[in-house]
Design a protein. Structure first.
Length: 72
């Protein structure tokens, strides 16, 4: 309950809903431009690209952390 009130204070529900539909509109525009279906684009973005980026950035962070440890 407290967390919900906190989140609603900073991000009212109508803001979240508006942001969601804005993102859906962007995805639909990309679909129209590329000829992909909305579902296929969702798979590419949220199942393939996003996890790959998270993995890449985590590996880069770890590599930099190891380099700093070697320098010290």
């Amino acid at each position: 309950m407290i967390v919900e009130k906190f989140l609603n204070f900073f991000l009212p529900e109508q803001t979240v809903v508006a942001m969601f539909w804005w993102c859906v509109g962007i995805l639909k525009d990309i679909c129209a431009y590329t000829g992909m279906t909305y579902e296929a684009l969702n798979i590419w973005v949220f199942v393939i690209i996003q996890p790959a980026l998270i993995l890449i950035f985590a590996l880069l962070w770890l590599r930099q952390k190891v380099k700093r440890r070697v320098v010290e």
